[in-house]
Design a protein around this ligand. Structure first.
Ligand code: ADP
Ligand code: MG
Length: 646
């Protein structure tokens, strides 16, 4: 289709020699053939059929290529809208003639957008002019920018000066110099143009279009090189501001420093070391005691990387309660770019969250490993550059851990497959479990399945602010023993709290009733309650309206209450690991707290019975198999019966 009055040339099915003759005649005197995705698609096919077209078409314009430069803020949106409107108006699903007509309109819009840039950011246009005209057949783009700027293409020196001014305060000075030196190579022109245009809108919600990342891989590598590769020179403004862990912590969370303890083998705060390693692109396994701030270890690098290169951090977490908690925690700190997707969400909620990831509003996506099997999750992830994989509660990978989750064992393979032929983004594993066989298992998993080497950084599991104590009790005195411990060790005033762990749901109710009768603000908590009730109890406990919770081990994971002053075990826990997890919820604020275990010999017997009853005996498996066979035979007979009948 020409811009003048000449009739449109159409071919119905197949391209004949005769059609190619007509096409040659039609484009013969056209200065700039244009198309959307024209250069790497239609033009290549046409030249394959008729090589002479390659000589005739010397100065084409591809509106797809120009689009991210003209509309750096979500270029994708703009085009989808265009097409959408056009299609809706005609009701045609596939209409090449309309598509061709739209290209004129798209180019006109792009020229408008660039014209505005000419006034406010002439350096940007000068840079694009130079960068888009390095390759062969660049006459069309030269024409666009010459027309807009009223000047011919800048020299290398002029372009380099314009780019240096543009990137001042937006990238590392040393990296800018290095990048400029590589611009003489013709293939680097367009990627550098895309890198620049993305950087002009960085820090917002814009993602580089997936087709740019696929077709011009260098573009995102250049962004990373410019903004996310510290030169370690204290005199560099960019790197000392943007690539420094402590500055990043201050900026996102307002904390003046990382936790002083635990420390790494060199005596540096472990949180800081982990964040530094992750920001430098290294993979590691961080072992920190519960309550020492593992979330921050991935949140800081995630936010920093989102800001610098627009990349997404995928956080794997085992429990919905933990996910919601992390999102809320960040919201309280004024950070709104984290999103969770889980099985508890309604369809519209899920859709909304998926859109946020696709369009680039989300910098952190928190999901359970099962979600990685979902096709909708996979397809939105494919739209984004993943800059970091954070595996929270990483001991779930290991069969030797106390919380083995089979789906965690799928992570390594997923990460490798997702990364295709590129090295995977850094993997940051976090856990409070330091058991040697668990640590070895986690490291082996990511090594063999994803080819990722995790550096283990162990902060030890010691919690010096917790005082442990065992007191004798018996069936008859248990309730009053609990009450005595509370009286002695839970401050009467304030909003701090205590948890009383019991081994059965009924017992939690009995204990809570008793405490209430004694005038304590108490409630019970167990897995038999509705989600709403659980939510209410947790929230009241968090803010201090409830001071004591009598709970089964269903309570705890995901409770972000720093000022639990006392954990009482009214019954002994199921295992030593459970005990550490549960007691470890006390004193997360690093202030003194007490952990009191009430011990009765009868209880040990009871626990053994409970443990035994949760195991399957051989004869039970046999009985289940038998029952399954019976069902199978019955359905077979049913089917036969039906066949005979018909
Ligand atoms: P973990 O996952 O290791 O059990 P969390 O990540 O839930 O611990 O953190 C526990 C609490 O510590 C949170 O309330 C968090 O805001 C706080 N915290 C973490 N790091 C710091 C820090 N450097 N300064 C102050 N508070 C911190
Ligand atoms: Mg945690």
């Amino acid at each position: 289709m020409r811009g003048d009055e000449r009739p449109v040339l159409k071919s119905m099915g197949g391209i004949s020699e005769e059609f190619l003759d007509q096409l040659e005649a039609q484009v013969g005197d056209v200065a700039h053939p244009i198309g959307h995705n024209f250069l790497k698609h239609d033009l290549e096919h046409l030249i394959a059929k008729r090589p002479r077209l390659g000589q005739i078409i010397q100065a084409p314009i591809d509106t797809l290529w120009l689009n991210p430069l003209a509309f750096p803020r979500n270029p994708y949106h703009h085009l989808v809208k265009h097409y959408h409107d056009g299609r809706l108006a005609t009701g045609h699903v596939n209409d090449p003639e309309l598509d061709a007509r739209l290209v004129f309109e798209v180019l006109a819009n792009q020229l408008d957008a660039f014209a505005k840039l000419a006034d406010v950011a002439p350096d940007e246009l000068a840079a694009y002019h130079y960068l888009t005209t390095r390759m062969e057949r660049a006459g069309g783009f030269d024409a666009v920018f010459s027309y807009l700027r009223g000047k011919c293409c800048p020299s290398y020196d002029e372009a380099a000066a314009a780019i240096t001014r543009l990137l001042d305060g937006r990238a590392c000075g040393l990296r800018v110099e290095q990048t400029l030196r590589r611009l003489s190579s013709p293939q680097n022109g367009w990627p550098m143009a895309y890198a620049l245009s993305w950087i002009t809108v960085a820090g917002g919600d814009s993602v580089m279009p997936p087709w740019v990342r696929a077709q011009f891989r260098e573009a995102s590598l250049i962004v990373r090189h410019l903004r996310d590769t510290s030169c370690k020179d204290p005199a560099c403004n960019w790197c000392s501001e943007q690539n420094d862990p402590v500055r990043a912590l201050e900026r996102w969370f307002g904390f003046p420093s990382f936790r002083a303890k635990p420390v790494d083998p060199e005596g540096r705060p472990l949180q800081e070391r982990i964040v530094d390693e992750a920001m430098s692109g290294n993979s590691l396994l961080g072992i920190l005691p519960t309550g020492t701030g593992k979330s921050l270890c991935y949140q800081v690098p995630a936010l920093s990387r989102f800001d610098k290169i627009g990349a997404l951090t995928v956080v794997i977490s085992p429990l919905v309660a933990l996910m919601a908690d992390q999102v809320q925690g960040m919201e309280r700190a004024g950070i709104s770019c984290s999103v969770t997707i889980n099985g508890m969400m309604s369809m519209p909620e899920r859709q909304d969250a998926l859109d946020k990831v696709r369009m680039g509003d989300a910098g952190i996506l928190i999901i359970s490993p099962e979600q990685l099997r979902s096709t909708s999750i996979r397809s939105v992830l494919a739209q984004r550059e993943v800059g970091l994989w954070a595996i929270d509660e990483a001991h779930c990978v290991s069969k030797w851990g106390h919380d083995f989750r089979p789906d965690y064992r799928y992570l390594g393979r997923f990460i490798r497959e997702f990364s295709e032929d590129q090295p995977p983004a850094p993997v940051l594993c976090l856990t409070a479990t330091a058991k040697p066989e668990v640590v070895a298992d986690i490291i082996e998993h990511f090594q063999s399945k994803a080819g990722v080497e995790l550096l283990p950084l162990d902060g030890g599991a010691s919690r010096t602010n917790l005082a442990f104590e065992v007191r004798p009790t018996n069936k008859a005195s248990k309730l009053s023993d609990v009450m005595n411990v509370l009286d002695a060790l839970l401050p009467a005033e304030g909003r701090s709290g205590a948890v009383v762990y019991c081994s059965s749901r009924k017992e939690t109710e009995r204990v809570a009733e008793f405490l209430k009768s004694q005038g304590v603000d108490a409630a019970h908590f167990h897995a038999g309650m509705s989600a709403d009730d659980k939510q209410v109890v947790q929230e009241q406990f968090r803010v201090g309206e409830l001071r004591v919770i009598a709970a089964t081990n269903a309570f705890g994971m995901g409770i972000d209450k720093p000022d639990i002053r006392l954990v009482v075990h009214a019954d002994i826990p199921g295992s030593l690991e459970n005990y550490l997890q549960e007691a470890g919820r006390a004193g997360r604020d690093r202030e003194d707290a007490h952990c009191v275990l009430l011990f009765a010999a009868d209880d040990v017997e009871r626990q053994f019975r409970l443990t035994a009853s949760s195991r399957l005996a051989r004869h039970e498996i046999g009985a289940i198999l038998k029952a399954l066979r019976r069902i199978d035979e019955r359905t077979k007979k049913d089917r036969q019966g039906r066949c005979n009948f018909w």
